[in-house]
Design a protein around this ligand. Structure first.
Ligand code: 5MM
Length: 342
């Protein structure tokens, strides 16, 4: 492992003013997104959609540091035969790859999940590196509910898998994005989310250390401390920012170059406002940026709606959201910028 090179890639992923486009929806998830806009999900329509995103020149060159791809996409070519991964590289962004293989029910823990995909991961990473991927992503999913969920078993096995994945990535000269996602479904309040996320982050970093993962060569992709979607009392933007930053300072070593949040079902504007408020706090030991899927893509999907004549509109929508989040990653976003561009 060449740690200096891993650190260089990790730093580039969180370079000031840029963040990550999570375009790694599995075929099942992208089909759900396409269903919502009335588009049939086929290999070609998924290719056309992603080609539109990666050819969004403004977003890709100015605001996006890297793109997380799904296995199908990393091997696909654009309509003119150019590999999609080349479009990303030509824009000056770094290609990455989702390497987990989704979740399965966790035995003896009803209602809980474990992320799978460690078998033959070393061989897969080698192929992805040869294709051009320089970072990877693995997402663990932790639910919160009143019936004793999450259990320590679920938190422990998912953290262990994240550690195994991260160590394998670094051995393959690939920067691991470590994503332990505590879901915001449910009616729990922000303090319960804070308590569970703190536990999850602490156990995850214990595993990363145990498995000798070099913290300088990784990126953390956590959820924010936030109220459950069905909670009657929704925390304010400032409360989310203050509690999330306090939690991260307590759990995430300064050796980690950057933290790139998931959006987790927040609205586009909420995800931007929260990131902005956190960066306004200042004096943080790591870069704080975005690695959003839905909060970057909902608007372009709607504008595109599967029609070739809407490609420019889809790209404008992505450019706008990417620019808003770029400003937020510097703590320079303002709500009225949203209205001006609408
Ligand atoms: C883009 O969605 C990713 C893939 O999801 P599936 O494995 O369910 O298809 C997902 O891992 C995503 O990268 C993160 O959860 C962040 O996305 P959001 O939409 O929460 O910002």
């Amino acid at each position: 492992m060449n740690l200096a090179d891993l650190n260089k890639v990790a730093q580039a992923m969180v370079v000031p003013g840029k963040g990550i486009l999570a375009a790694d929806e599995s075929s099942g998830t992208i089909t759900k997104r396409f269903d919502a806009i009335g588009v049939t999900s086929t290999e070609d329509s998924r290719r056309d959609y992603r080609e539109m995103l990666f050819r969004s020149t403004d977003a890709m060159t100015h605001y996006i540091s890297g793109v997380i791809l799904y296995d199908e996409t990393i091997w696909q070519n654009a309509k003119d035969g150019t590999p999609l991964i080349k479009l990303i590289e030509q824009a000056g962004a770094i290609p990455g790859i989702k390497v987990d293989e989704g979740t399965q029910p966790l035995p003896a823990c009803p209602g809980e999940l474990v992320t799978v995909g460690l078998d033959r991961l070393a061989e897969r990473l080698k192929k992805y590196y040869e294709r051009g991927a320089r970072f990877a992503k693995w997402r663990a999913v932790i639910d919160i509910n009143a019936g004793g969920i999450p259990s320590m078993t679920a938190v422990g096995v998912n953290a262990h898998a994240l550690g195994r994945y991260a160590a394998l990535c670094q051995a393959a000269q690939i920067v691991p994005i470590v994503e332990p996602e505590v879901l915001m479904d449910g009616d729990h309040d922000i303090d319960r989310c804070l308590e569970v996320t703190t536990r999850v982050l602490n156990v995850t970093f214990q595993e990363l250390r145990k498995q000798r993962v070099a913290l300088e060569g990784m990126i953390l992709k956590p959820n924010m401390a936030i109220s459950g979607k069905k909670c009657a009392k929704q925390a304010s933007v400032q409360e989310v920012a203050d509690k999330t930053v306090r939690m991260l300072k307590a759990c995430v070593p300064a050796a980690v170059p950057g933290i790139a949040f998931l959006s987790g079902g927040q609205s586009d504007e909420e995800a931007t406002a929260h990131l902005d408020a956190m960066n306004r706090i200042g004096n943080l030991p790591w870069k704080l940026t975005f690695s959003y899927g839905r909060a970057l893509q909902a608007a372009p999907q709607k504008a595109w709606a599967g029609k070739a004549e809407n490609v420019a509109a889809g790209q404008r929508a992505l450019n706008h959201r990417a620019r808003m989040n770029s400003l937020a990653s510097r703590g320079e976003w303002q709500a009225d910028l949203e209205k001006k561009a609408a």
